[in-house]
Design a binder for this molecule. Structure first.
Ligand SMILES: Cc1cc2nc3c(=O)[nH]c(=O)nc-3n(C[C@H](O)[C@H](O)[C@H](O)COP(=O)(O)OP(=O)(O)OC[C@H]3O[C@@H](n4cnc5c(N)ncnc54)[C@H](O)[C@@H]3O)c2cc1C
Length: 406
């Protein structure tokens, strides 16, 4: 058994920010484990600019940002090429790596394993399995890590912010996509995303368009789409599925930890604590996708909380009052309030909608309205529900709902 005061699982922005914060608080031995041979998480292969401004007041490329994060976390021990296979009660982790199988135990464990895009296999798109179908993450590895250009004229499926990361990646290797396809009536990323796609990248954006089939046997030769008038063909040699993120939760599904059905990540209280209080969680593992900067802030905040826990300064974990998302909200977090202390209301009390919705965001305790306000919500934006937890322990159940305007 390898014992550490804190074990951090995942060396992305969230995990490395937590490591830096914990090292600053001098809480003892900290180990960061990651299955990849290089630390930094997703930004390692986002070769374009756009990272670091909020955290470090510097604009960096993803790899530059990743290196900087590693530098800030040098007070922690970094163990790379180590994959966690199982989480057991009380902060015990089973791992495997080049040095063999090990059991680790942390007084506290931070889960920061990130999120991934939904692959083709679970999107139920018909057609054969030709070469040239991938997610943004795989495309970026081809381009930025291996210097390859996997295709000349792909189509991009989806229009979340990450689709623009795809556009920038393709531009880096001088590839102009045949089209960007969005099933909804508007682009999912914030405006002016559609203008950027059309004007800056010269890519047609097809809204209200469904992907019916991928054509080709060996390689992608085209796609069949429906814009409301029956099947049409677009010639292309690749398909990039973007977005529809979900937490990297394979380890959680086989574990004793409670998973929130809305976020698909671990259910936490307002101290970033999972259902087993030896475990904490931060970053994109909590819920699909946020920017690297937001994940970094969450990791740093969780690091401060873990430091307080180890110093015995945190209220004990208890069942607490459950919080549920209803109506147009697909999820809210934290999913439990265990004390009057709000901790980081600007960082932690969020929800998200499935589709663009305007209406009243209403917080209720056992059916009684505690607070409400008008919101115009888009699926790409987190919706804050900053409510003072003071007095909320008196309720049996809190609900947060978004009630659309009539
Ligand atoms: C394709 C893509 C492009 C993006 N582009 C941008 C952008 O341009 N700008 C921006 O701000 N944000 C961007 N993002 C979002 C942002 O970079 C990520 O959301 C951010 O890296 C999340 O940080 P994280 O620490 O939560 O997780 P990650 O960065 O995903 O790190 C998680 C780490 O956990 C490790 N891990 C997972 N499971 C295990 C296991 N079982 N054992 C050991 N290690 C494990 C992984 O190897 C990984 O290193 C992008 C995201 C994606 C997917």
């Amino acid at each position: 058994m390898i014992e550490r005061d804190v074990i951090i699982l995942g060396a992305g922005p969230a995990g490395l920010a937590a490591a830096a914060e914990l090292a600053r608080h001098n809480v003892g031995k900290i180990a960061v484990l990651d299955r990849e041979p290089v630390a930094g998480g997703i930004p390692r292969h986002c070769g374009h600019l756009g990272f670091g401004w909020n955290e470090f007041r510097r604009v960096m490329t993803g790899p530059g940002y990743a290196r900087h994060l590693v530098e800030t976390a040098r007070g922690a021990e970094l163990k790379l090429g180590v994959t966690a296979l199982r989480l057991d009660a009380g902060g015990v982790i089973q791992t495997t790596g080049a040095e063999g199988a090990h059991t680790w135990k942390g007084r506290a464990v931070l889960l920061a394993m990130g999120a991934r895009e939904t692959p083709r296999s679970t999107r139920l798109v018909s057609g054969a399995r030709p070469w040239g179908v991938m997610n943004t993450g795989a495309l970026q590895q081809f381009v930025y890590l291996h210097g390859q250009r996997p295709f000349e004229r792909p189509v991009i499926i989806g229009s979340e912010l990450v689709a623009f990361s795809t556009l920038m990646t393709l531009r880096h290797v001088k590839v102009r996509p045949a089209a960007m396809i969005e099933a909804g009536p508007r682009i999912t990323a914030r405006r002016p995303g559609d203008w950027i796609a059309r004007l800056a990248f010269g890519v047609p954006v097809l809204l209200n368009t469904t992907l019916l089939r991928i054509l080709g046997q060996e390689r992608v030769e085209g796609v069949e789409i429906d814009r409301g008038n029956g099947p049409e063909r677009i010639d292309c040699d690749g398909v990039v599925f973007t977005g529809r993120f979900r937490p990297e939760n394979a380890l959680l599904t086989g574990s004793h930890l409670t998973i929130d059905p809305g976020t698909q990540g671990p259910a936490i209280d307002q101290f970033w604590r999972c259902s087993d209080p030896a475990y904490f969680a931060a970053g994109n593992l909590l819920r699909g996708i946020e920017t690297a900067g937001q994940c970094w802030r969450e990791g740093a905040a969780a690091g401060r909380i873990i430091a307080a826990t180890l110093l015995g300064k945190l209220p004990p974990a208890q069942t607490g009052v459950p919080v549920h998302a209803i109506g147009a909200l697909s999820y809210v977090y934290p999913q439990r309030l265990v004390a009057d202390d709000p901790i980081d209301p600007e960082l932690l009390f969020f929800g998200r909608v499935r589709e663009a919705t305007s209406g009243d965001l209403v917080v209720r305790g056992d059916g009684t309205i505690i607070t409400f306000r008008k919101v115009d919500a888009l699926p790409e934006r987190r919706i804050p529900w900053p409510v003072s937890p003071k007095g909320l322990q008196a309720y049996k159940r809190i609900t947060v709902s978004l009630e659309p305007d009539a």
